[in-house]
Write a protein that binds this ligand. Structure first.
Ligand SMILES: *Cc1c(COP(=O)(O)O)cnc(C)c1O
Length: 452
């Protein structure tokens, strides 16, 4: 079905023309859509999540040509393999080159433990990989149309920053970001509420749930959808998920040659990050095991323990980007690992309290001089538990999902005066807020949207 042409530095996969790859819905396998449809819709009709119909492994030796190559090159190989020529080669190159123009360095911590720093993108969190790529894929879909697409997103912090940066200045797209006024950290707010241009920040006098409700209501408003061409940048979008495979591969390529398949530790909330790792493994990335590391929102570790999935309201923690009680990507994980026994073989679960997280941040700083953000620290703890319970000589790689400066208020309490704020974040702090303030009321929100 596909041909591979290899030179010393590159692996190229050439699909036959017209080979359209389909994505099926996790709630109904009969629903099969092309990449374009899946990206535009976000959620499949009936509320399922899209999954690639085929996950064939890449040909043996695919990793050989990629050692030392940048992230966007790795992305080209993975996407080409998964989606064929649904995005023409030239376009795919431009999208990835522009979106993933930063690295994911692997930092050695001794004793065959590593930290994979995923915070070298513009908003200092791993969500940059997905949000920036998705924005450019959407823009390509809308090329040649007179009406811009309007992307709606509700955020409690991190997602807003990644989405705002991802879409900022992208032609043919407007992004509207809703957030609960006064409940987002000042630093996070500065990252998405100061840009202007094609990014509109809407402060809602209410809770995060109110913001989500307003977004949902807008999507069910048929007239508004027609007029504004609404779409979502939600983390369930397949175009945000797939680019996250890149850094798992990049991590492997930075390990010493002849390493054993590593254990990847993934600090998790909605489990999009971990799901991308599972897909990379299906495509042939060597992985010994994944570790699902959570804070007290332990729905998945509990499932691994008991075989029972109990969704519940989220509880607030200091690793707040992981405060999720009913992880949206669980249905995707269950497609690949259909029951608790299957999932247990591939995924080890561990969960931690804020107290344990704070102690870990202090201990790692004291012993190694390395500053971890609270999410990364949850991962670090989980690796220690895995090692003590399961042993293993293989490399352990903790995904560091954000730069500690993003959570400066929490970090200051744990390590006062230690965390330095990077230059680009400082610049954001100096910018003036540009927002619209509305009550938590659909009529008001609709008026803002139609008046844009
Ligand atoms: C979003 C986020 C997570 C959780 O990622 P999921 O893909 O939802 O599991 C973890 N850490 C940080 C810093 C995040 O922003």
């Amino acid at each position: 079905m596909c041909l591979y042409r290899r030179s010393t530095k590159t692996v190229r996969v050439l699909w036959r023309k017209g080979n359209r790859v389909k994505f099926y819905s996790t709630s109904n396998r009969e629903i099969r859509h092309t990449l374009d449809e899946a990206v535009m819709r976000g959620l499949a009709p009936g509320g399922g999540l899209y999954m690639p119909e085929h996950l064939h492994p890449l040909p043996a030796g695919w990793l050989d040509g990629l050692r030392g190559e940048p992230c966007w090159r790795i992305g080209e190989v993975l996407f080409r393999h998964l989606i064929g020529d649904d995005i023409p080669e030239r376009d795919l190159h431009d999208i990835l080159r522009d979106a993933v123009n930063f690295d994911a360095p692997l930092v050695g911590m001794g004793d065959n433990r590593y930290i994979l720093e995923l915070f070298h993108g513009p908003t200092l969190a791993f969500k940059d990989f997905g949000a920036r790529t998705m924005a450019r894929i959407l823009a390509r879909l809308n090329r040649g149309s007179d009406t811009p697409l309007t992307v709606l997103t509700a955020t409690s912090g991190d997602t807003g920053a990644a989405v705002a940066d991802g879409f900022y200045g992208v032609d043919g797209i407007r992004a509207v970001i809703l957030y609960p006024t006064g409940r987002v950290s000042p630093l996070q707010e500065r990252q998405f509420a100061t840009l202007g241009g094609n990014i509109m920040a809407v402060e809602v006098d209410g809770s995060f749930d109110d913001c989500q409700r307003l977004v949902k209501q807008a999507f069910t408003d048929a007239d508004l959808n027609r007029a504004l061409r609404l779409t979502s940048a939600n983390s369930i979008n397949i175009a945000r998920l797939l680019p996250q495979m890149i850094y798992y591969v990049r991590a492997w390529l930075q390990l010493p040659e002849e390493s054993d398949p590593p254990v990847f530790v993934v600090p998790s909330g909605n489990f999009g990050n971990l799901t991308a790792g599972l897909i990379a493994r299906e495509l042939g990335l060597p992985v010994k095991r994944f570790i699902a590391a959570t804070n007290r929102n332990r729905t998945v570790p509990e499932y691994l323990e008991t075989g029972e999935y109990r969704a519940r309201p989220s509880v607030q923690t200091i690793s707040n980007a992981m405060d999720v009680g009913d992880p949206s990507n669980f249905s995707r994980m269950a497609e690949l690992l259909p029951d608790a026994a299957a999932m247990r073989r591939i995924i080890f679960g561990a969960d931690y309290t804020d107290e344990e997280t704070r102690s870990a941040i202090k201990a790692v700083y004291r012993d190694k001089g390395y500053i971890m953000d609270p999410h990364t620290a949850v991962g670090w703890l989980a690796l220690e538990r895995y090692r003590s319970e399961e042993g293993g000589e293989e490399p352990g790689i903790v995904l560091s999902t954000a730069h500690p400066a993003k959570f400066i208020e929490v970090m200051e309490e744990i390590l006062p005066g230690v965390v330095e704020i990077p230059e680009n974040l400082k610049k954001a702090l100096d910018r003036t807020k540009k927002t619209v303030i509305i009550p938590a009321d659909y009529a008001a929100f609709r008026e803002v949207l139609t008046g844009m």
